[in-house]
Design a protein around this ligand. Sequence first.
Ligand SMILES: Cc1ncc(COP(=O)(O)O)c(C=O)c1O
Length: 395
Amino acid sequence: MIPSVLPTYNRAPLEFVKGEGAWLTEADGRRFLDLGAGIAVNALGHAHPALVMALTGQAQNLWHVSNLYQIPQQQALADKLVDNTFADTVFFTNSGTEACELAVKMARKHFHDKDQPEKVEIITFDGSFHGRSSAGIAAAGSEKMTKGFGPLLPGFVLLTFGDLDGVTNAITDKTAAILIEPVQGEGGIRPVPDAEMKALRRICDENELLLILDEVQCGVGRTGKLFAHEWAGITPDIMMVAKGIGGGFPLGAVLATEEAASGMTAGTHGSTYGGNPLGCAVGCAVIDHVADTEFLAEVNRKAGLLRQKLEGLAAEHPEVFDQVRGTGLMLGIKCKATNIDVVNAGYDNQVITVPAADNVIRLLPPLTLTEDDIAEALTRLDKVAVQVEASLASA
Ligand SMILES: Cc1ncc(COP(=O)(O)O)c(C=O)c1O
């Protein structure tokens, strides 16, 4: 009999009842160090007082009115994002997938309204992840996500990650945009080198294409800048954001330049819940914290510390771990043992990591992780490695 919850997830047998900072607790009191943050979502950790206050304060006044009316919290969050980024304008969604939908629509509408309706194709890269909608799976193109869900939405040209020549060769009169994650998350924590980000920007400029960045996972302070593309010193035309911006409340956004967004006039797009008062009140509190230069400096300091210790750990356990990669607090350890076995051994040792493609485990902790948390992470990950070594030896 099919379970009452549609069985599309492989869930771990863990059931948390409370969260605080980087820690999750089960009903029996067992505490887990959360280095996954709900897949890069709980940017300020669990139950951050400022977020609790923002949410409960808003909940006592007004939950929902719809976008038929003014929403001051939405205006405030849009203003903060515009003030702190390349963007001139923002549309709020409930998720990263919906942000992807709008990013694609916005790019096509831009060229449609400029009398270039043939420009509809979007260049994307293997290993990427842009959500599970029809556009999202067509954009990422992997068989794992698309098999059985045909016919696929046309208009995406999938290239090999890192193949810049391939990009230049793939551009035709139909190309509208390049869509890329500055750091692939699901694909196994694969950062796009700064030089390549710059090259993609240049290619877009030279060929009159829009650069769409998917910062759903790598944005909102995760790499130690408010948005990951800042490291490369470039700006996109359109950017997808979600996850961290809501700190755990479902919230996403598309940020764009005035020029890129020029086709999106009244009636061309909408969402019942997108940008509702609850989500935006929380989003404002998140951005107030994360956009602060001292906060970001701390993220970078702690990221350096964590990375250095992880590299030591990997060197001490060469049968389990191969190499540490990533940037900021978006780190991956490519494993020699099977990554799922390492994640499961983490559950046994009460430390949470997240598997990704390419046999990687992801460490996406709350950005508020403390030095004590880092020390505890290493103690627990060392136990994980010893446990995996023992099971490899007895296999
Ligand atoms: C880079 C990226 N884009 C898009 C998405 C889809 O976001 P959501 O699951 O909020 O719809 C994700 C989710 O993991 C993601 O990592």
